[in-house]
Ligand binder design. Structure first.
Ligand SMILES: [Fe+2]
Length: 287
């Protein structure tokens, strides 16, 4: 296992971007749209997804994975409570968290631990909670997250065994901020079998598909967060085609899902998108 090295909190002065956001937020407040955007941002939904795979080991037929991405804790009061309401009572076989627990990359990280702890206490999952880090997170978070019972995958593959059969899950460092060759290497070196990639954003779809991954779970884009009518994203924050920015997609034989995420980024507002938790059920059979 190779752990990437990167720093913790750094000093931050308001940038030109911060000032523009502040002015735009004031304008939205004046015209009465700000509160509507906040309301939309708290209107999270639970989406169910059933995915068929011809090569899924039969022991995993019906295996359920709850994916939560980008909670950006602290960005908008009420988001954590709404997320916990949404998932309480669910009994997934596995929970995967696909990054960005911190709201900004320059803040301390301690404030993300209580909501993560509450989440792990709320969810009853047979195989626990597995996570990767996002571009806003830092290496210093790994140990405290593991102390509260979350398994953090840093360019490594974990295995889940059930009735003598195996499912492999590879988690890698964020592509935008912390990418190293260790990420594609971890994919190349994963054992053969049914394999799922956890990557904070969709840009490694090419590498994962080339390595024979079957499912790629990701987030980061917030589904565009502030989108045009019909949910068409304006800004995606990814360096790959827009078809990977939201929802279900396919790359060769691999299926991918880009979550529209739990939280909000930069501004605590959503228009024409909804935040989500995703409950995925794996099935043996035709895609
Ligand atoms: Fe992100």
């Amino acid at each position: 296992m190779e752990k990437a090295c990167w720093g913790d909190a750094v000093s931050h002065r308001p940038s030109a971007r911060d000032q523009i956001i502040s002015v735009l937020s004031q304008c939205l407040k004046v015209i009465g749209l700000y509160q509507r955007g906040v309301h939309n941002a708290l209107d999270l939904q639970l989406n169910h997804l059933e995915l068929g795979f011809s090569n899924l080991p039969s022991a995993f037929d019906g295996f359920s994975i709850l994916q939560l991405s980008d909670p950006h804790f602290g960005a908008l009061a009420g988001t954590t409570e709404r997320m916990l309401q949404l998932v309480s009572g669910l009994r997934p076989d596995l929970v995967v968290l696909t990054g960005d627990y911190r709201n900004e990359d320059y803040t301390n990280y301690e404030y993300v631990l209580p909501p993560l702890q509450e989440l792990t206490a709320t969810l009853s999952s047979r195989h626990g909670v597995w996570a990767i880090l996002g571009n806003n997170d830092c290496a210093a978070m790994v140990e405290p997250m593991e102390d509260i019972g979350i398994r953090v995958l840093i360019n490594e593959t974990g295995v889940i065994e059930q009735d003598g059969e195996s499912l492999y899950i590879t988690g890698v460092d964020d592509v935008h901020a912390f990418h190293t060759e260790a990420a594609p290497e971890a994919m190349k070196n994963a054992p053969q079998g049914f394999r799922i990639a956890l990557v904070h954003s969709p840009e490694l779809a090419d590498s994962a598909a080339a390595c024979g991954y079957h499912l790629y779970l990701t987030g980061h884009t917030h589904g565009g967060q502030i989108a045009l009518p019909g949910g068409i994203p304006v800004i995606t924050n990814i360096k790959c085609p827009r078809r990977y920015a939201s929802g279900l997609w396919r790359h060769g034989a691999m299926v991918g899902y880009t979550s529209s995420c739990v939280g909000t980024s930069v501004v605590p507002l959503r228009f024409n998108t909804r935040g989500e938790a995703v409950l995925i059920r794996l099935r043996c059979g035709a895609p």
